[in-house]
Design a protein around this ligand. Structure first.
Ligand SMILES: [Zn+2]
Length: 346
């Protein structure tokens, strides 16, 4: 990955080929770019009779504004309240939902059940076994998939407990954009919270393997999104097919995410050969006065694939000699103790 001038953050189009045309076309910052929002705003101005496309764009802008503002308001409300009592007006008890549809009743029941559990959880001080600090004790960042089979399996399989690691979950464990929110979370974990090791953990049988964007868009239509919306988004330059594409190989995807992290201009990472990555953007050596003396060790970045059934972890990227040696010793120990029955389950 290289970075070139010509865009606001120095990202050349050619260097971003995967991010901008592949699965991460609009990752995290969202498909609704400022430019698109600006274009949408133009359509929202009632200066002349609006075309159907312009009207639709205006509606989208309004909906997005409400969505963003709504999110911000609820975030602020949550942040400003330290009360443990549930927001009753948002989640009415099941008894008050008699006039609602079965689906709404079911939803109200689930929320009521969850809130009741939460009340009991706090009343019984069940949180005490989970108390820990916010700095990751193992100085570890885990980027992994949102697959629900991994919710408890992955920490258990990796021997992680509350407070050990920063776990960043994203569909497919994809670090799609070097300046998206996943990468920002990694930088915060490293520079704000003291993490020194990053692992990317994809998994077999991932929903992002061979993800068909057409199926996603068909589902969106089935949920009532009008066909004109897709046309408007396409005319605004949004490549929904690219954005909603998955990957053909989880190993290749993990390797790509690892490379994105290792080559990031704001991270000083260990190279697989034991050195550390020099920034491609600084191939022209800086003047001595500009050089910074590193007082912190470089960051290690390693890629794995986990089995969502057995929790078995396999290395899929090159690792530094130190980590490779450690992994080999673990592998040898594992093979020495592996029973035929356990082997048959793999
Ligand atoms: Zn997955």
């Amino acid at each position: 990955m290289s970075f070139s001038a010509g865009s606001p953050i120095g990202l050349g189009k050619s260097s971003m080929s995967r991010e901008m045309s592949g699965s991460g076309a609009f990752e995290e910052s969202g498909p609704f770019s400022p430019a698109a929002a600006g274009a949408a705003s133009q359509g929202a101005r009632p200066v002349k009779e609006e075309s159907p496309d312009e009207l639709l764009t205006a509606q989208l802008t309004e909906q997005l504004s409400e969505a963003f503002l709504g999110g911000m308001l609820s975030s602020k409300a949550a942040a400003s309240s330290d009360s443990t009592s549930p927001p009753a007006d948002l989640f009415p008890p099941a008894s008050s939902t008699s006039g609602e549809s079965p689906r709404e009743k079911g939803e109200a029941w689930r929320l009521s059940s969850m809130l009741e559990h939460n009340h009991q959880f706090t009343q019984k001080r069940s949180y005490e076994p989970f108390l820990t600090g916010k700095l990751p004790d193992k100085k570890l960042v885990v980027v992994t998939c949102m697959d629900c089979r991994l919710t408890e399996l992955l920490p258990a399989a990796l021997g992680l407990k509350n407070g050990d690691a920063k776990i960043i979950k994203v569909a497919g464990a994809i670090v799609a954009h070097p300046f998206g929110s996943v990468m920002r979370s990694i930088l915060v974990a490293v520079y704000g919270l003291g993490a020194e090791h990053i692992i990317v953990v994809g998994h077999h049988d991932c929903g992002m393997t061979g993800l068909d964007p057409a199926k996603i868009l068909t589902q969106a239509k089935a949920h009532g999104i009008p066909a004109a919306t897709f046309k408007t988004l396409a005319s605004a330059g949004l490549n929904l097919d690219g954005w909603l594409s998955g990957f053909s190989s989880v190993q290749t995807s993990v390797q790509h995410s690892v490379d994105t992290i290792r080559n990031h201009p704001l991270l000083h990472c260990v190279k697989p050969d034991g050195g550390s990555h020099s920034r491609k953007t600084s191939e022209v050596a800086p003047a001595p006065a500009q050089q910074q003396e590193a007082s912190k060790p470089p960051i290690t970045v390693t890629g794995f694939v986990i089995c969502p059934t057995t929790g078995r972890l396999d290395l899929v990227t090159e690792a530094s000699p130190e980590i490779e040696d450690l992994l080999q010793r673990h592998k040898a120990a594992r093979e020495a103790t592996q029973t035929p029955a356990a082997d048959a389950k793999q």
